[in-house]
Design a protein around this ligand. Sequence first.
Ligand SMILES: Cc1cc2nc3c(=O)[nH]c(=O)nc-3n(C[C@@H](O)[C@H](O)[C@H](O)COP(=O)(O)OP(=O)(O)OC[C@H]3O[C@@H](n4cnc5c(N)ncnc54)[C@H](O)[C@@H]3O)c2cc1C
Length: 395
Amino acid sequence: MSVSAVGVLEGDAVERATRVAADVAALWADEVDRDARFPVEAVDALRGAALLSCAVPRHRGGEGASLPALCRMARILGHHCAATGMVFAMHQSQVMSLVRHGDSAAMRDFVDAAVGAQYLLASATTEVGIGGDVRRSSCAIEMVAGRATVSKNAPVISYGEYADAVLVTARRTPDSPASDQVLVVCRRSDVELEPTGAWNTLGLRGTCSPGFALHASTEPGLICTDPYSEISSETMLPVSHCLWSAVWLGIADAAMDKARRFVQSAGRRDPGVVPPGALRLAESAAAHQQMVDLVDSAAVRFERAARDPDDTVVRVPNGVGFALAMNNLKVSTSNLVVDIVGQAMLICGIAGYREDGKYSLGRHLRDAYGARIMVNNDRITANSAQLALAYRGAL
Ligand SMILES: Cc1cc2nc3c(=O)[nH]c(=O)nc-3n(C[C@@H](O)[C@H](O)[C@H](O)COP(=O)(O)OP(=O)(O)OC[C@H]3O[C@@H](n4cnc5c(N)ncnc54)[C@H](O)[C@@H]3O)c2cc1C
């Protein structure tokens, strides 16, 4: 399916993403997973449909897609190809971070270029030796001949080899403490990426996320002026958790569809008898509904907080209640997706366990297991435990 067959720029962003998901991503999902290769057709189609810039405000050349709309897109992409959904989700959280926190002239020029050329943005936040604690860095920005340079040993950079720029966290200066971080944009032409390993994982294989030794030299204007602590709490973390959860919801949708079709088919074979899987399907539907409601309400919570930081219900975006809610979202949805796909496996039985039939659930199950470790739930819960000690309000 060519990009033009997807219907470039016809319909709103959600409609276009739906077509990319069903007409392109779905066709290649099994091959992408089997070969652990980048979903190049689907990402090209997203690019062709101008969906890589849909979160940029209209007055800056994008479509001003809201977080609830981005979540709907991530969900439908995740349904058909979780790797494509996750690439979309990770990219959009980088875009939102730049749009909301990059106000230098250089940063505005970068965003203009990103809209025009439909840049794909990757991120290097985790670091060897620091693990999944994205709020600390050991690498640091050093000024060399008027350029901001950074070298980072990144254990994982998703689609690093396919990205047009990498957003890197680092200490502000070589003398700064580990927590005094900045976010710096490094264009691909300013970055050397030496692979330090391969990406041969259980699931989300198409995200192509090996480790890299990253060396970059960029313009100082491409260092975000807001400290990373603010970018993370106000945008990158909540947006990532909402969009990742939406992708996991897409995985759950795919499993639920198969389970439902399996039970309906059993029902048709024996009219008048409720198939044994129907009860389990009803239970799974309740868990699925919880997931839907969690994702929808978290995206709306973010929008309300972004619109009105003094809103007394949602609390300020970087407030403790907001942070707890966004942590809880990630931990809950990453558990629910594994439960739901596991229940679908019980419903479909051997037909779900097989790798070659229309009820096959293997890819969904393997993808689902990535959710809990994509920033480890134990680490997030440890952070929530500290926040909970200090918090007295309602969520
Ligand atoms: C599909 C996928 C794509 C990814 N893409 C990217 C990307 O593009 N860019 C990027 O930067 N990262 C990315 N990540 C990596 C990041 O999300 C990982 O969480 C990170 O690399 C941590 O890896 P880890 O599990 O080895 O480390 P840790 O998070 O350090 O976990 C290791 C162990 O430490 C334990 N632990 C829990 N809490 C603590 C604590 N408070 N202190 C110490 N140890 C604790 C954990 O339970 C676990 O047993 C991706 C991950 C996945 C799964």
